[in-house]
Design a protein around this ligand. Sequence first.
Ligand code: BTN
Length: 251
Amino acid sequence: MMHCPSNLPFNVICLGETHSTNSYLSELCSSRVVDDLTTVVAEFQTAGRGQRGNTWESEAESNLLFSFVLHPTFLLAKQQFFISQVVALSIQEVLCNYADGFSIKWPNDIYWQNKKVAGILIENDLAGQTISRTIAGIGLNINQRQFVSDAPNPVSLYQIIDQDTDRFEVLSQILHKVNHYYQLLKNGYSQTIAKRYMKALFRKSGYHLYRDANGIFSAQIMDIESNGRLLLKDDSGQERGYFFKEVEALI
Ligand code: BTN
C-alpha cells in the first residue's frame, strides 16, 4: 500500500497497484463527480498504457505514475493541444529545478539531453465541439537505477543527478504548476503558454533527421501551430506540416 503524505495539493488518491492510473481515474469519473486536478498515483501498474497503443513499464516504487483530471469545457476540440502544452511545460519546468538539460520533444515527451525521462498520455472526451473531460497520465522516471525493458533511450532523474528524489515533492510541484498554467489558459493567456512551450522545445534550432511515410529527411523546426501541427523546413527549403504520429524525430 502506498502512503500519501498529508501535504499534497488537491485530492490525491494513492494506490499500491492498479491496472492503469488513467483507466482507474476514468472509471472513477464515470461513477461520480470528480473535481479538477483530482489525482490518482500508483506504485505499480499492471497494464500501464503509453502513446500509439504502446505499454508503459515502470519498476515498482521507484517512479511517478499518476493521472489527473481537468474539465476544460472552455476549449474547442481543435484546441486540444493547449492542454498538452500546459502539461508538458509544467513537468519540464519542475524538472529544471533539479538539473539543466530538460526539454519537450514535440508533442509531449520530456527529454533530458537525448533521453526520455517522462511520457504523457492525454485522453480527451469531447461533447460536441468542446472538450468535456481530460485525463492526463504521466510516467516520470525518478529513482529507477537501471532500465531493462526495451523502451528506447530511457533515463531517470537518479541517473542524471546521482541521488534519490522525494517523488511526492516532485508530484506536488507538478500539480501546482499545472494548476497555474491551467488558470492562465482559462483566463485567455494561451499565447504566453505557447511561447514558453516553444522556448522549451527539444532541438528547436538547427537541422535534424526526421522520418515520415516517405522516408528519412533532414529538417529544422519552423513553428508549431495552435492546433499542434509541427511545421518543418527540409534542407531543400521545402516546408512540411505534420500532425502527431505522422512524423518521428530520429534520435
Ligand atoms: C508515452 O508513451 O510516452 C506515454 C506514457 C504515459 C504513461 C503514464 S503512467 C501513468 C498513466 N497511466 C497509464 O496507463 N499511462 C500513463
